[in-house]
Write a protein that binds this ligand. Structure first.
Ligand code: MN
Length: 379
């Protein structure tokens, strides 16, 4: 190895053009705008970091959309950096014959891997070899990491690919499955991955960093909580790799369960939710799930939305409340109610999945509402 290490930026899963369809129109447009702004902010930051090369691990575009505006955004972002940019595509933006990636004229410092198998690129001035594998179809069922060509020289070696790593040996994925065994046998210094949208490092059995998912620079939905941005990494002359996440996302998604047990009014529930949302930024997108046991209370989601709207960019409300029925007491009185509870408890005993149990529990409470009160409450 040479005396100089290698410094790189690694990003992926930008999904320019993503729809944000779960948001109302105005907020959807704002998020789409923010997504392109974040991409440009990331590239600007990368330029300031003076890295040796940039790795883009797929899903730059949401779909194979030939949208001139988005290609212009991509060009503007790429123009901010002077070093080589190496890219592969992922499952949502494969190199199909009509792909905009194939018709676009890329600047000279950008290299898009187009081969149907691993392609090897030597960057002599950086003493680096990058091996890239791109998607040509929306699915790639075969594991491909075990067929990475082994390069026997003293260059820094990076494999760039979009794929799904799992610890489970039986794991199957239509998106280039990557196994623990392949990670242990990896013939490169660093695996630059894309596909999973949350930042995740992958170590081998001895605790050595082997690769990472940088995650989406701007989170796209409620499965993408936590910090988001891109990764800066370094391979030392000794072959040791380190990475760090540079958080640059405009907004964060937060998902929490709020236990409102014992609340008797909507105001009490609102106060509990406000306490949970606390000092967090009003830029956040919240998914608040109400859980717990409450007595007779008609939930009013619209009212809660109105009361809390100043505290968040967007709030998704869901509830999974149980009524405070005393089942033992109700069962002790013979009659149809007692019979109904016993019958439903029998079904619960036989249920095999948590989902099944939740459905039966819900049916039990709806049935009790109907039998005891003559009306079903919203929970
Ligand atoms: Mn993706």
């Amino acid at each position: 190895m040479t005396a100089k290490g290698l410094r790189f930026a690694h990003l992926g899963d930008i999904h320019l053009g993503y729809g944000f369809l779960y948001l109302p129109r105005e907020k959807r447009l704002a998020r789409q705008r923010e997504l392109t702004e974040t991409f440009l902010r990331v590239m600007e930051h990368v330029a300031g970091e003076k890295v040796d090369l940039v790795l883009v691990a797929g899903d730059l575009l949401e779909n194979n959309m030939t949208d001139k505006t988005l290609m212009r955004v991509i060009d503007d972002g790429l123009a901010m950096v002077r070093c080589p940019v190496l890219m592969v595509t992922g499952n949502p933006d494969p190199l199909l014959p009509n792909s905009p990636y194939l018709t676009h004229s890329w600047p000279d410092h950008v290299l898009l891997f187009k081969g149907s198998d691993w392609e090897v690129t030597r960057l002599e001035h950086l003493n680096t070899t990058v091996l890239g594998l791109t998607y040509h179809l929306p699915e790639e069922n075969a594991p491909r990491l075990s067929s990475i060509p082994t390069i026997k020289d003293d260059t820094y070696k990076i494999a760039l690919v979009h794929g799904s790593f799992s610890e489970f040996p039986q794991f199957k994925s239509p998106y280039l499955p990557i196994t623990r065994h392949e990670i242990e046998e990896l013939p490169v210094d660093y695996l630059a991955l894309g596909h999973y949208h949350n930042f995740q490092c992958i170590h081998d059995g001895r605790g050595r960093l082997r690769g990472c998912y940088p995650g989406s620079p701007e989170p796209l939905d409620f499965s993408e909580t936590g910090l988001h941005g891109y990764v800066i990494g370094e391979i030392t002359p000794e072959g040791e790799t380190t990475v760090r996440l540079v958080p640059l996302a405009r907004r964060a998604y937060t998902r929490v369960k709020v236990d409102v047990s014992g609340s008797e009014t909507m105001q009490e529930i609102r106060d509990l939710m406000q306490a949970v949302m606390g000092g967090e930024s009003a830029d956040t997108l919240w998914w608040l799930e109400l859980v717990g046991k409450v007595r007779d209370l008609d939930l009013d989601h619209d009212w809660l939305q109105e009361e809390l709207k100043e505290r968040a960019f967007f709030i998704k409300l869901s509830s999974n409340l149980s009524p405070a029925y005393d089942l033992a007491e109700l069962k002790s009185q013979p009659g149809v109610v007692s019979y109904f509870i016993s019958y439903m408890e029998g079904l619960l005993d036989e249920a095999e999945t948590e989902k099944e149990k939740a459905t039966i529990t819900k049916a039990l409470f709806i049935g009790l509402d109907a039998l005891l009160k003559g009306e079903v409450r919203m929970r």
